[in-house]
Design a protein around this ligand. Structure first.
Ligand SMILES: Cc1cc2nc3c(=O)[nH]c(=O)nc-3n(C[C@H](O)[C@H](O)[C@H](O)COP(=O)(O)OP(=O)(O)OC[C@H]3O[C@@H](n4cnc5c(N)ncnc54)[C@H](O)[C@@H]3O)c2cc1C
Length: 343
């Protein structure tokens, strides 16, 4: 049994089915799902100091391979390789960019002289641009919808809230409303904070808000990181985001969030734009920024796959597959992701 059909639950279900397992999923219709508002960016180099993301040399190739397989299997376009153009605001930033991109292990991901002429005209001039040719973008809402249709067709998905107090425990596993299973895996995103068995884990959820805009006169194909990210979405709209907020964990968009995003837009866009949508969700961010994977210490029928934080698209495929290897072939989980680290 899998609870949650966001990015985590969908990918886990996909790999379990590939390995011939029988599964059943419960999802309360993506209520508050972080996956529904994500831009789906896969960014190999982040932060002010331009550092490679954790395990990126393993995560990226595996994620790309997985999204390409899903595209083929379901005849959908969900993954685009898209260079990120990063605005560099002064000579110091440009020097650090050049320094980093000269390091052998950074070389495949960074470009010191990207082609930015067409794009630059849309933005209020930074000092220069750096390029991240290894980046990509996943259409996460389409991925979820594709899987939802597939799981429903196979009668593997019930769109209802899972009731914890209806879960029964037996000698060989768990039972829920007439369904028997060896294991139940909770993939509930930030809502795992309310899960009676896993709420003790150190979740540090963060609310994120985004705007959807149109650019009436221009067509932008790259992802750009300037004062904020701007990334192409379907139907000639663009994703702008996102904010980080740790105190207000309501799922609705706020005036404060909108203001901060519009401020960033005004500082970066040299062309007119129109806001057409404003959404918010809570990310399943965690204290040590590593996924939460593994068995409950008191009952190995209860498991969790969570903590994908701000990087679900790059982390999800690799760790869903590793988790399957652990469940089905006994492969040990890396201690950095195993929830045993907290018990
Ligand atoms: C504004 C914003 C921008 C982001 N941008 C990016 C990005 O560019 N790139 C990137 O990689 N990541 C991004 N993320 C993060 C990304 O969204 C997450 O890493 C990922 O989607 C988490 O997936 P999940 O399946 O763990 O959680 P969720 O997407 O929250 O899914 C959990 C699912 O479980 C269901 N559920 C929960 N509890 C129950 C229950 N009791 N019963 C039944 N169903 C239940 C929910 O309905 C939901 O469908 C962004 C997040 C936000 C908020």
């Amino acid at each position: 049994m899998i609870v949650g059909q966001g990015l985590a639950g969908s990918l886990l279900a996909y790999f379990l089915l590939k390995r011939g397992q029988s599964i059943h999923i419960f999802d309360n219709n993506h209520q508050g799902a972080s996956s529904k508002v994500a831009a789906g960016l896969m960014n190999p180099i982040t932060g002010r100091r331009f550092v490679k993301s954790w395990m990126i040399d393993d995560l990226f190739p595996f994620a790309e391979k997985t999204y390409r397989s899903i595209e083929k299997e379901f005849d959908v376009e969900i993954y685009k390789k898209r260079e990120i153009l990063r605005a560099l605001f002064n000579i110091k930033e440009e020097n650090s960019w050049d320094e980093r991109s000269g390091i052998d292990s950074y070389e495949p991901y960074m470009n010191s002289a990207p082609e930015a002429t067409g794009v630059a005209a849309l933005f209020k001039g930074p000092f220069s641009w750096g390029g991240l040719p290894g980046a990509g973008q996943v259409d996460v809402p389409l991925l979820l919808q594709t899987f939802q249709v597939h799981f429903r067709e196979k009668d593997l998905l019930d769109n209802e809230a899972f009731q914890y107090d209806a879960l029964g425990f037996g000698e060989t596993g768990v039972n829920y409303k007439g369904i028997q299973a060896k294991k139940i895996i909770f993939c509930e995103g930030h809502q795992a904070r309310f899960n009676p068995w896993f709420s003790v884990l150190p979740f540090v959820p963060s609310k994120g808000e985004m705007l959807q805009i149109t650019l009436p006169v221009h067509d932008l194909k790259n992802i750009v990181k300037h004062k904020s990210y701007i990334a192409p979405l379907p139907n000639q709209t663009y994703w702008i985001g996102s904010t980080y907020e740790w105190n207000d964990l309501t799922e609705s968009p706020s005036e404060k969030g909108r203001e901060s995003l519009v401020n960033a837009l005004d500082k970066m866009m040299a062309v007119p734009y129109k806001v057409v949508n404003h959404l918010a969700a809570i990310r399943p961010t965690v204290k040590d920024r590593r996924p939460f994977i593994g068995e409950h210490p008191d009952n190995n029928s209860l498991l969790i796959f969570n903590g994908l934080g701000t990087k679900g698209t790059s982390l999800g495929p690799y760790w869903a597959n590793e988790f399957c290897d652990h469940l089905l072939n006994g492969k040990e989980l890396l201690s950095e992701v195993n929830i045993a680290r907290f018990f």
